[in-house]
Unconditional design. Structure first.
Length: 206
């Protein structure tokens, strides 16, 4: 099902419909501030397995969490230093993925062969509205085609994944702009990928 939601001022009743589906254990597609993402409730193991199946990847593949705020992010990490907190507060919500040592709150199925987790707080009204209504994190992974290219048109996503997901939220066509990825799981920050988010805005690299 293709469901159009206003990308600037998401209609609360439509957001509630999406959240209701997620609470039932469904897999959905929603826009972020970078690309479209397959999402499900982190706390629903059956839904997590279904997401991996739809994406056609093994659980060992690292995926990210979408969270509503830094306080929620901290719950799923083994700690956020004051320096990192200040940098995150400056740039979030925004197009960044921060990798941390994972806390025990992360389902074990996601931690095979690793103990880290990627955290995102997307600057996207639809995604933030869904997270606020749901009240818990979403597991997420970008929507790609068989050529491993991002699919940025919701109509094409519906055509590609309509039989595998319950709803594709149409928030408009997006530009191919991945998040900037910073690994904070070690002693020093490591820039994994420079994307849409400005590295210069991160105090940790000053």
């Amino acid at each position: 099902m293709l469901l159009t939601i206003d990308p600037a001022e998401p209609e609360a009743w439509l957001v509630a419909r999406v959240v209701q589906m997620l609470r039932r254990g469904e897999v959905a597609v929603i826009p972020t501030d970078t690309v479209y993402a397959l999402v499900c409730r982190l706390a629903d193991e059956a839904a997590v397995l279904r997401l991996y199946e739809v994406k056609r990847i093994a659980p060992a593949k690292r995926l990210s969490l979408l969270v509503a705020d830094i306080a929620t992010a901290a719950r799923y990490t083994r700690g956020i230093s004051n320096r990192v907190f200040r940098s995150m507060r400056r740039v979030l919500p925004g197009p960044y993925t921060f990798i941390f040592q994972a806390s025990s709150e992360i389902p074990r199925i996601m931690l095979r062969k690793r103990r880290t987790v990627g955290i995102r707080i997307p600057d996207c009204p639809i995604a933030l509205a869904v997270l606020a209504e749901l009240g818990e994190p979403l597991l997420s992974t970008s929507v790609r085609n068989q050529a491993d290219e991002w699919v940025l048109d919701p109509a094409q996503i519906e055509e590609q994944l309509g039989e595998d997901v319950t709803v594709v939220v149409d928030g408009g066509r997006l530009a191919a702009a991945p998040s900037t990825v910073v690994d904070l799981s070690g002693e020093e920050p490591v820039l994994v990928r420079e994307g849409r988010g400005s590295v210069g805005a991160l105090e940790m690299f000053d």
